[in-house]
Structures are given as structure tokens and as C-alpha cells.
Ligand binder design. Structure first.
Ligand SMILES: *Cc1c(COP(=O)(O)O)cnc(C)c1O
Length: 437
């Protein structure tokens, strides 16, 4: 079966051999032709952004670290001049400006999951509170902090490789819910420890991420007072991520970067099951239309979204079908089977994908730390495949030529989406920083 599937597809042959590669999406379409076919609209993204704003007073009360930013959970966009200098010395600097979107520093959860995960828990909280009458439209949402007892009768559960569990668990526990996180075997010990310390119940599973999700869903469905955050199918998660689009646009403007036909924007987002990068892609295309070029990045042993999209099989294929192990140092990306829903939604939004070897993740982790004094976790480092791949792969250079971008690269912006890192404990940081594969 494997051979029949790959034959005649050099990219898939590379994927199956575990080699780093670049896949250009033949399904990419002009945004105006896709926009009306998607199950969510710009109004839905706006609605999500407004809901987050309503919760700002509550967040400031429960997480005082968000006070200085008005209760908004948003990350900095930072230019990387020192890293750029290093890359120049090596003859590897990208044309255009190079930025890091530091979701690695997001408040509360320290990862991109603070977008979708926290949004979904807040939306569920608003629904429950309005229904119970402890909140009325127009109220100051800070009052919700006085109702821990009410929320303690409800449970929130999720299956996770780690970071989604941190985000859902920390937020749920802070509101007062009973929180249960079903962790896959790939999840790092420190993430489990941190959750337990916050009063979250952590259940561990020997199998992969898929098992943890299936078990969690089953247990949650059996309890009418339990809510299951479904990473593969959730509309709320997706919209929470999509809010990033408008916010990134504002940040680029603040830094004096234009994005238009003459000034293309390239964004690379590490991808696991697909929800976070898919939602971000959706939000970005709504704001920037065809001037943004979005690439996902996955580990060479775990490129589930690439397989789902490139074969057209969606969630009907897993990395083991391609003879890969699904095992990677990038724990946040250790997902063997993509979300079918995200495959459908991203099909026409995405420019392509890059795969990255585990060894390179650590090389980039060190380079960023040594030049910019920024620490991010290994999964985040997959984003570096973006600017590098655009320079090196013939397929990527063909993409630039076909889209008339070759002469515009000096005015381009490259945004590498750093998806996690802030909560990594010091001893683990040291371990990562000294790791060479
Ligand atoms: C979850 C996660 C991703 C990818 O998000 P998916 O929704 O699983 O695709 C990327 N990086 C980190 C650090 C993550 O935790």
C-alpha cells in the first residue's frame, strides 16, 4: 500500500524516508474564492475577539500578570537583528525582515494554546454563567471570580500532548472547575507536575495522543456536567486561534511593516493536529488575503498534516501508514493523525509545508538563545524551517517565481511563530540548551 501511495510523488517519497522536505500545496486558492466556502466568517472571528475583550476584567482579577496589558493575552512580535547577523555571517540570512511571534511568552499558559484553549474555556464559562443567571449581558465579567463554588460542580476535560492540557487545566482550575487532563505518553513530566500543582487531575496513558483523546472523550461524554475540549473538531478553539490575525496586523503596523502586494508576508507555524496553525492561517488570510503566504512546519517523523493534505486522505492517514515512527523531540507536535476538519479548512488557505529533523530543532534553539537571549521549546523551533526553506528548496523558489514574488523579497516580512517555551523549568532549559543530536 505504501509504495503505491508514494510512487510518482517525490515529496511523499522524501516524507516516507524521513528526509527533510518541502511540499507546495497545489490546492492553494485566491482568498476571495475560498472565503465564502468556509464554515466560519470574519464576523465569527470578530465575535471571538469581542468575547475575549469582555473577559479582560475577569482575567486581570484572576491572573494579575495580565493587568499591565489590560487583561489581554497577547504576545510580543520581536525582530531578530542579532540572529540575522549570525545568519548573514553564514550566508543564510533571508531577504526581508525577520520576526519572532512570541506565543512562547503568552501569559497564563506559555504557549500558543493560550489562544484557542483559553478562549474555549471562557466561552463555555460564559454559556454556563448566562444560562444559570449568575451573569447577564453587559455585566462586568470580573464578578465571575466570585462564583468558584458554582463552577466547582462542573468538569472540564481534554486530551493533550502537554500544552493544550496546561492551557485548559490552568484556566479551568482558576475559574473553579474540576479539571481533568488526559495526557499522552509523549507529554513531558514537568507539564504533568505543574498541572497537579495547580490542582488539576492528570491521567496518563501508555499509548499515543489519539488514545488519550479517545479516553478523555469517553469519560466526559458519560458525565452530563462535564465538558470535553475536542482538539480535532472544536469550532471555539479554531476561532480563538484565528483572533491572532488582526492582532498580528496591528503589531506589524506598529513596527512600520507594510503588508500588501509589493510587501509579502511569510508566516511559518509549527503544526501538530492542526488546530492552532489552521486557526491562525484562517485569521491571517482574513486580514491579509493573498498577501500572506502561510507554511506549516512538522517534524520529519511526524508530518501528519502534510500527509493528510498531500494525499487528500485527511484524517484517513497517519504517519505510521508512511512507515514513520511518530516519535519526536518536539513533544507539542507529536501527533500521528491530523484533524480531518482542519485538513478541509486549510486545504485552500495554506501555501505549503516544511519538515524538520529533530537535530535541527536543537541547533535553532541554541542559536536563538545565544544571539537573542530568547528561549523557546523544541516544538517552536520548527518555525525556523520557514525562512530557511524558502531560500533552499527548488520547489519553494518555484513557488516564489509563480506568485511573482522573486523581485519583492527585499520588502518581505518573515514571521516565525514561536509556539511555546515560557513555562519550561530551568533544569529542562539547560538540558535542551546542551542537547546536540
Ligand atoms: C500544540 C502546539 C503546536 C501545534 O498546534 P496543533 O493545534 O496541535 O497543530 C505547536 N507548537 C506547540 C509548542 C504546541 O504546544
Amino acid at each position: 500500500m505504501t509504495e503505491r501511495l508514494w510512487k510518482g510523488y517525490p515529496v511523499l517519497e522524501n516524507v516516507a524516508a524521513g528526509r527533510e522536505t518541502c511540499w507546495i500545496n497545489p490546492g492553494l486558492r485566491p482568498f476571495h474564492t475560498v472565503c465564502g466556502t468556509l464554515p466560519m466568517t470574519a464576523a465569527d472571528i470578530r465575535d471571538a475577539a469581542e468575547r475575549l475583550d469582555r473577559f479582560a476584567p475577569f482575567l486581570m482579577r484572576v491572573f494579575p500578570e495580565t493587568k499591565s496589558v489590560g487583561g489581554r493575552i497577547e504576545s510580543p512580535l520581536r525582530e531578530l537583528p542579532a540572529l540575522r547577523e549570525l545568519l548573514s555571517d553564514r550566508g543564510e540570512a533571508p531577504e526581508g525582515r525577520l520576526f519572532l511571534k512570541m506565543d512562547s511568552d503568552l501569559a497564563v499558559a506559555g504557549s500558543v494554546k493560550a489562544r484557542g484553549g483559553i478562549y474555549e474555556v471562557l466561552k463555555h464559562t460564559e454559556d454556563l454563567a448566562l444560562r444559570a443567571g449568575i451573569l447577564s449581558p453587559g455585566d462586568d465579567y470580573a464578578v465571575l471570580a466570585d462564583h468558584r463554588d458554582f463552577f466547582s460542580h462542573y468538569t472540564v476535560q481534554v486530551g493533550s500532548t502537554g500544552n493544550l492540557g496546561l492551557s485548559i487545566g490552568i484556566m479551568s482550575a482558576a475559574i473553579g472547575y474540576r479539571a481533568v487532563v488526559h495526557m499522552s505518553a509523549d507529554a513531558r513530566q514537568w507539564k504533568k507536575d505543574l498541572l497537579r500543582q495547580k490542582g488539576v487531575e492528570v491521567r496518563e496513558y501508555a499509548g499515543n495522543y489519539g488514545n488519550a483523546v479517545a479516553e478523555g472523550r469517553k469519560l466526559s461524554d458519560a458525565d452530563p456536567k462535564s465538558y470535553f475540549v475536542d482538539d480535532e473538531h472544536s469550532r471555539a478553539l479554531f476561532l480563538g486561534y484565528a483572533v491572532a490575525g488582526r492582532r498580528l496586523a496591528d503589531q506589524l503596523t506598529e513596527l512600520g511593516m507594510e503588508v500588501d502586494e509589493e510587501h509579502p508576508l511569510f508566516v511559518t507555524v509549527p503544526c501538530g493536529v492542526g488546530g492552532a496553525p489552521g486557526g491562525i492561517a484562517f485569521g491571517l488570510r482574513h486580514v491579509f488575503g493573498d498577501d500572506v503566504h502561510i507554511f506549516f512546519a512538522e517534524p520529519t517523523q511526524c508530518p501528519c498534516m502534510l500527509l493528510g493534505l498531500a494525499t487528500g486522505k485527511g484524517s484517513g492517514i497517519c504517519v505510521q501508514d508512511a512507515g514513520l515512527t511518530g516519535i519526536t523531540e518536539a513533544d507539542g507536535l507529536a501527533v500521528s493523525r491530523p484533524s480531518g476538519l482542519v485538513c478541509q479548512r486549510a486545504e485552500h488557505l495554506l501555501s505549503g509545508e516544511f519538515t524538520v529533523s529533530d537535530g535541527r530543532l536543537y541547533d535553532d534553539l541554541r542559536a536563538l538563545y545565544e544571539t537573542e537571549d530568547i528561549f523557546i521549546e523544541p516544538s517552536s523551533c520548527a518555525a525556523f524551517a520557514g525562512y530557511r526553506g524558502l531560500r533552499t528548496y527548488p520547489a519553494a523558489r518555484d513557488y516564489l517565481a509563480e506568485h511573482g514574488l522573486k523581485g519583492k523579497m527585499a520588502g518581505a516580512s518573515h514571521v516565525l511563530w514561536a509556539t511555546g517555551g515560557r513555562l519550561v523549568p530551568e533544569p529542562i532549559r539547560e538540558e535542551y540548551l546542551s542537547k546536540h543530536l
